[in-house]
Design a binder for this molecule. Structure first.
Ligand code: ACO
Length: 381
């Protein structure tokens, strides 16, 4: 019989299964995708190549990457039925609700919805990868009262994503595209995090891939997981972003804000991690991307806020930033609405989720833990 002594609250420390997709090593603060350090992948490979690595286990050959690139570029259009479904949603709903609904509609309309042989599953993953940016772009533009922008076949995944959202050449400047692509690579995969585990639980019941991704989006929405990247920007807004301030002045204000927040026992989003206790392996690379954006857009005061919060949290609790901390202000500088940050996380994590869905399906066992009952003893009616 299960007792309360057996409980691993939040499944902390529980090894639920094995995976060959990524290795998180908190002792060395390292993250490997299929054996390759994530920072090396971010520095040297396109997001398209990293996606293929996650799905297949190996780096693609030039021919394989060429064929996938051609496929991706020719599958960027959104199904008009998905657009119609989005149009039915109020603009007051969160963009994560739009994303969750759109993926669900894509699944409902998929001609091979119920097929789950490995080839069909990979094809579904690749189609989601190719079409998802159009969902984010369509939603971002409709919220600004703008017409959709058609995808461009001469652009890479990252360039075209920015093109469909902003529809201008400024966002195709190399530093912007590089920072965006780095974020896509870093967000792609992170072992049994809450949303990936959700996708695996759903897959373990033999449900279809789109159901698993739809559920994963729900899990990602919360501020303890993906929603933290937007929450970081709300913290910056609460402290107040003042473009006329120096980096040092902004840092001093941020430090004071953090001291008050911690004294009031607030949880500050963008800090802490269930697995990494000495720093998130992805932060140095993402911070490099943020630095490049701050320089590109000449906004040093944002780094001041970043420095001040980080220093005060470290002094008070030795808690380090996680990936969402540098990612939030990076997306802000690029011009995304704050609410769109977590859907960007989806665009990236679709790769990791679908790789895990395929891995779960290949060696399935229903995921069904036990509970220690702590309700009323048996009693008569
Ligand atoms: N701000 C203030 N205190 C914190 C924070 C934080 N962000 N994170 C942890 N702590 C404190 C807790 O209050 C607790 O202190 P106590 O022992 O005095 O009560 C201690 O550190 C342990 O925290 P837990 O929440 O128990 O640690 P856990 O491993 O369960 O949580 C989590 C990890 C959920 C990520 C947590 O650090 C948190 O809530 N962070 C903010 C949300 C966030 O940034 N999420 C993004 C995760 S990364 C990603 O999705 C890419």
């Amino acid at each position: 019989m299960s007792t309360t002594d057996d409980i691993k609250k939040g499944l902390a420390g529980v090894i639920a299964d094995s995976t060959a997709i990524s290795k998180v090593n908190p002792e060395t603060n390292s993250l490997l995708y299929r054996g390759y350090p994530v920072q090396d992948l971010a520095a040297n490979l396109s997001f398209e190549a990293v996606a293929m690595l996650l799905w297949t286990g190996e780096l693609p050959t030039d021919d394989e990457l060429g064929a996938f690139t051609e496929y991706e570029r020719s599958h960027r259009q959104l199904d008009p039925a998905v657009k119609n479904a989005i149009d039915l949603l109020p603009e007051t709903c969160h963009p994560m609700d739009t994303a969750r609904t759109a993926v669900s509609v894509m699944g409902a309309r998929h001609p091979q919805a119920g097929d789950s042989d490995p080839d069909t599953e990979l094809a579904k993953a690749q189609e989601l990868f190719a079409r998802f940016p159009a969902i984010v772009a369509y939603d971002q533009r409709r919220r600004r009262g703008l017409e959709p922008v058609e995808p461009r076949g001469d652009l890479t995944y990252a360039e075209n994503f920015l093109w469909m959202v902003f529809g201008d050449e400024e966002h195709l400047a190399p530093p912007v595209v590089e920072a965006f692509e780095v974020s896509m690579v870093l967000y792609a995969e992170h072992s049994f995090n809450a949303s990936t585990f959700t996708a695996r639980v759903i897959t373990s019941t033999l449900a279809d891939l789109h159901s698993a991704v739809t559920g994963a989006i729900g899990a990602l929405k919360g501020p303890l997981h993906g929603g933290a990247n937007e929450a970081v920007m709300y913290t910056f807004d609460e402290i107040g972003v003042d473009r006329n301030e120096s980096r040092e002045q902004a840092a001093a204000r941020a430090k004071a804000w953090m001291e008050d927040a911690l004294a009031a026992k607030k949880k500050v989003m963008g800090f802490g991690h269930r697995v990494y206790k000495n720093g998130d392996s992805r932060v140095p690379t993402m911070k490099g991307a943020l630095d490049a954006m701050v320089e590109h857009y000449e906004r040093p005061e944002l780094l001041g806020l970043y420095d001040g919060l980080e220093a005060a949290m470290d002094e008070a609790k030795s808690i380090k930033p996680n990936l969402d901390y540098p990612a939030g202000p990076t997306y802000h500088l690029m011009g995304f609405d704050t609410q769109m940050f977590t859907p960007l996380f989806i665009a990236s994590r679709i790769t990791g989720w679908t790789a895990h869905i395929m891995e779960q399906r290949a060696n399935n066992s229903l995921i069904r833990p036990l509970a220690a009952y702590n309700g009323a003893d048996q009693r008569a009616l």
